[in-house]
Design a protein around this ligand. Structure first.
Ligand SMILES: [Zn+2]
Ligand SMILES: [Zn+2]
Ligand SMILES: [Zn+2]
Ligand SMILES: [Zn+2]
Length: 211
């Protein structure tokens, strides 16, 4: 049922690489180099966002963007189902999305450049009930093509193919939040719970996530 390690596509040249191979590739990708030379963006962090072996993103985000902007981006692309609380954890500090509910925690109104340097690893948690934890690593700092709060997705994992847990043959079309991935055919007789769509996100099949 669990899909294997996924590969992904470089959004500049469309070539396929593994998660770790992608970093090396992006550093030398000719198409990317052309764009970085042409576009006048701000200084950016290259961050690898990681959720297990399957889901990963290589992103570029201006160093002047705030944690809040990164949180919004992660919610948009992967996480948001019903506005749960989220937090970044960096060293001993936690930065939460609704600091009023948690005394002693910091908010997310802080610039990335005030916190991060290349080589740093930190985590992001979304939803403290059915938590999705992401690992983030700052790979480098470079002159990017985006400004302000914009985030550039440089590469993203290909959608994993999940096999139906019932027939163990066909590709799943939906996910039952209690049982697992189910194909179109088997889903017709499946009446135990809510069936959610299969989406390219670590929250597929969790809570009410519909992509
Ligand atoms: Zn490329
Ligand atoms: Zn939810
Ligand atoms: Zn099936
Ligand atoms: Zn079920």
């Amino acid at each position: 049922m669990t899909p294997r390690v996924t590969k992904g596509k470089c959004t500049y040249c469309n070539k396929i690489f593994s998660k770790s191979g992608m970093w090396k590739h992006l550093e030398t990708c000719k198409e990317r180099k052309k764009i970085l030379e042409k576009k006048k963006g701000e200084k950016c962090f290259h961050i690898l966002v990681d959720c297990g072996k399957i889901y990963w993103l290589h992103i570029g985000i201006p160093v002047t963007a705030k944690l809040k902007d990164l949180d919004n981006f992660l919610r948009d692309i992967w996480l948001e189902c019903c506005g749960h609380l989220s937090a970044f954890r960096l060293g001993k500090n936690s930065y939460v999305s609704y600091p009023d509910d948690y005394t002693g925690y910091k908010d997310m109104e802080i610039k990335l450049s005030d916190l991060l340097t290349p080589g740093m690893v930190f985590t992001h948690e979304y939803d403290f009930g059915s938590t999705t934890e992401l690992k983030l690593k700052v790979l480098s700092e470079y002159k990017g093509e985006v400004k302000g709060k914009s985030v550039k997705v440089m590469a993203r994992n290909d959608p994993p193919e999940m096999i139906c847990y019932q027939c163990d043959k066909k590709i799943a079309a939906v996910i039952c939040s209690s049982c697992g991935p189910i194909c179109e055919g088997c889903s017709k007789e499946h009446a135990c719970g809510i069936l959610l769509p299969v989406v390219n996100s670590p929250r597929t099949g969790i809570c009410g996530y519909g992509g």
